[in-house]
Design a binder for this molecule. Structure first.
Ligand code: NAD
Ligand code: WQD
Length: 340
């Protein structure tokens, strides 16, 4: 099976490419490398002993993307490409809407024109906004708190309308909770640009002494210990979710827009994450409590049963595995790719 993977050089994309190659999919990655390094895919090729066709290109460059569709016949598309920094999206909303929404529209138009109607889309738990109920199910109400989140929700609306307009479309919108960790080999992992926005990469950089201490954004939330609670999921489990989704698209009769949560169903607090990472890395992680971060929610975790019922997928890795593997990657690559 020939699969186009947009954004395949990124954090989740590279781990998914690894798992897809293990299952003998033929992969064509289209990525502008705006937030990733080609080194990630080279390492995936080395680990698997298999080739990935890489095309450096932007989703906004519709002529280049058209060429890709003219040259190859795809069975399905996995669409990771997008910008994801919440804070930056507040500063530069047009950049986010253009890249994420226009980029997706370009992709969808070409898919339609070339009769490729199977898609796995990278959505996010951010489409649930401030949760009205926990755990979050696929039918929980949607809303957003920042332009990044709105770009994901707008794309979901577009995908729903598209699926309604033409019953041949099969679209799985995977709503990721909080992906962390790295491949067991320690060869691929998360390599954020500049100061990490997310908790786990920040903790990892403190562990290798690139940063002094973790700022814990508030300890007065209505949660088990006052700090924010999230559903962290191992990136390899997440990657496997895409392989299961591709199989479902091929084997199941279900058509239309199919939203599916990818989470574990467990919520851990910021302080629990720091403790778990200390244990895995045998380091001390200094931290200080600071003000709440604007736009943060208290608590968020998934009801993951739909993924199990439809796809047969369930997260396999524990919190210990996530921290151990994140640490293994960080200590082998303290400053990320290309700088080992
Ligand atoms: P990432 O930044 O590591 O990967 C995204 C990839 O897309 C990068 O390689 C980047 O170069 C590429 N890209 C961006 N804009 C592009 C464009 N216009 N044309 C071509 N390539 C482009 O991010 P990730 O963590 O791997 O996330 C993958 C997807 O999952 C994103 O859509 C993100 O919004 C979504 N998501 C991520 C998280 C998370 O916490 N990491 C959570 C929920 C959803
Ligand atoms: C987790 C917890 C913070 C950093 C974001 C996006 C979301 C999704 C995943 C893409 C929270 C606390 C964090 C730090 C801290 N991305 N924290 N100190 O906010 O759940 O989700 O990434 O779709 O859209 O919003 O993840 O890792 O940033 O934060 O105390 O330095 O850690 O307050 O409680 P979040 P996160």
């Amino acid at each position: 099976m020939n699969i186009l993977v947009t954004g395949g050089a990124g954090y989740i994309g590279s781990h998914t490419c690894f798992e897809m190659l293990q299952e003998n999919y033929n992969i064509i990655v289209y990525d502008n490398l705006s937030n990733s390094s080609l080194e990630a895919l080279k390492r995936v090729e080395k680990l698997t002993g298999k080739k990935i066709e890489f095309i450096e290109g932007d989703l906004l460059d519709i002529e280049k993307l058209e060429e890709v569709f003219q040259n190859e016949k795809f069975d399905a598309v996995i669409h990771f490409a997008g910008l994801k920094a919440v804070g930056e999206s507040v500063q530069k909303p047009l950049k986010y809407y253009d890249n994420n929404v226009t980029g997706t529209l370009n992709l969808l138009k070409l898919m339609q024109n070339h009769n490729v109607k199977e898609l796995v889309f990278s959505s996010s738990a951010t489409v649930y906004g401030v949760p009205k109920e926990l755990p979050l199910t696929e039918s929980s109400p949607r809303s957003t708190t920042n332009p990044y989140g709105t770009s994901k929700l707008v794309i979901e609306y577009i995908l729903e309308d598209l699926a309604k307009s033409d019953p041949e479309w099969k679209i799985i919108s995977l709503r990721y909770f909080n992906p962390i960790g790295a491949h067991k080999s320690g060869e691929i992992g998360e390599d954020p640009n500049g100061i990490p926005n997310n908790l786990l990469p920040y903790i990892s950089q403190v562990a290798v002494k690139l940063r002094k201490n973790v700022n814990v954004f508030g300890n007065d939330y209505d949660t088990k210990d006052g700090t924010g609670v999230r559903d962290y999921i191992h990136v390899v489990d997440l990657a496997m979710g895409h392989v299961f989704a591709l199989k479902y698209l091929k084997d199941s009769q279900e058509q239309g827009f199919i939203p599916i949560n990818l989470g574990t169903g467990n919520g851990y607090s910021v302080l629990e994450m720091i403790k778990a990472f200390e244990k895995a890395s045998k380091t001390i992680i200094p931290y200080q409590i600071v003000e709440r971060r604007d736009g943060d929610i208290a608590e968020c975790y998934a009801d993951p049963i739909c993924a199990y019922n439809k796809l047969g997928w369930k997260a396999q890795n524990s919190l210990e595995d996530m921290c151990q593997d994140a640490w293994n990657w960080q200590k082998n690559n303290p400053t990320g790719y290309n700088k080992k």
